[in-house]
Design a protein around this ligand. Structure first.
Ligand code: ADP
Ligand code: MG
Length: 333
């Protein structure tokens, strides 16, 4: 069990309102990701769930039981941080087992649980090493192992991959996804990286300035962003956002078109533009155009040759444009 309900959580530090009323439900076994720009309140919310920070108002319920006044150690939660926070003088084995030892578990049980976690994380060959003798990726696996041995109902991860290099990030991401399938535990994971969110989550919670902008599956957020912020935040390269008035659509403050939903032609199309820059990514070609109303990013699959200053015509795919009103909300078709 590990369901979570957050009701109207607010948090202020002095006069600064950091969380402005957060409501959210997380089902048992779900993998939920909080994503949003740096400073939007993700860590604060996670720390309130963990009990490391007190909410100014609102309620946190785990499995239907209010835990606002329950100390962190009694909430059935394990948290993994960006910095691994391992004890340098302890071996990998002892780092992983320390929490259980402090909780007074028998040595046999600690040994057994450490063994299971170490096998899951491919750490068997490193159990006698000290943290200083491990790579960054291995250290983060030890920190995850330390969480697993506690058999929590709820795992909380705060940007656990941010200190790893790009290749290791992808590997560790796959490992966390596998762990989630294996453990069937509820996981809440914070990241500022929308790609990480899109690849891991059952459910993404997009946060901005202390509020939830939208909750949905990765494909719901990609296909049906409800706000201008979500439209711009999810997807890479970023969605083109064009002043509606410049397209003869004054009812729309912004018209959004994803770069992959624009086709180009040398001879004809909706909009004329000239090439400013071309990026050859191998699998994709990204073309930056300047039209007379706005810059436009186009993403074509595969390799294409275009020259800077070349004239191209761009045409948006039918039915794949989004319109937003002056309150930054989607205008329903
Ligand atoms: N202990 C604190 N005292 C004062 N301000 C804080 C404290 N912790 C966080 N903040 C502020 O709250 C805001 C949200 O921070 P945080 O939750 O860490 O954001 P995120 O994790 O999304 O980057 C930031 O503006 C940050 O400066
Ligand atoms: Mg943070």
């Amino acid at each position: 069990m590990g369901s979570l309900k957050i009701q109207n959580i607010r948090k202020s530090f002095g006069h600064v309102d950091v969380l402005k009323g957060i409501d959210l439900e997380v089902k048992d076994g779900e993998f939920v990701i909080f994503v949003g720009p740096s400073g939007c309140g993700k860590s604060t919310l996670l720390r309130i769930i963990a009990g490391l920070e007190e909410a100014t108002s609102g309620e946190i319920l785990i499995d239907g039981k209010k835990v606002n006044n329950t100390p962190p150690a009694k909430r059935g939660i394990a948290m993994v941080f960006q910095t691994y926070a391992l004890y340098p003088h302890l071996s990998v084995r002892d780092n992983m087992g320390l929490g259980l030892k402090q909780a007074g578990k028998p040595a046999e049980e600690i040994k057994e649980r450490t063994k299971i976690a170490s096998a899951m994380l491919s750490l068997d060959d490193y159990l006698e090493r000290r943290p200083a003798e491990l790579s960054g990726g291995q250290r983060q696996r030890v920190a995850i192992g330390r969480a697993i041995v506690r058999e929590p109902q709820l795992f909380l991860f705060d940007e656990p991959l941010s200190n790893l290099d790009a290749a290791l990030r992808v590997n560790t991401r796959l490992e966390i996804a596998r762990l989630h399938r294996q453990l069937k535990a509820t996981m809440i994971y914070v990241t500022h990286d929308q790609v990480e969110a899109m690849t891991l989550a059952d459910k993404i919670v997009v946060m901005n300035k202390g509020r939830i902008e939208q909750v949905g599956s990765p494909m719901e957020l990609y296909n049906s962003p409800q706000t201008l912020f979500v439209a711009g935040f999810i997807g890479s390269p970023q969605m083109n956002l064009i002043d509606g008035a410049k397209l003869g659509d004054p009812a729309a403050k912004a018209v959004g078109i994803r770069p992959e939903h624009i086709q180009v032609s040398n001879t004809s199309g909706s909009w004329k533009g000239s090439v400013i820059h071309v990026e050859h990514l191998g699998a994709d070609t990204i073309i930056y155009l300047q039209t007379d109303f706005s810059p436009l990013t186009v993403r074509l699959f595969g390799e294409h040759q275009y020259e800077v200053d070349q004239v191209l015509y761009a045409t948006p795919d039918a039915g794949r444009t989004y319109r937003f009103d002056d309150k930054d909300q989607i205008i329903k078709a």
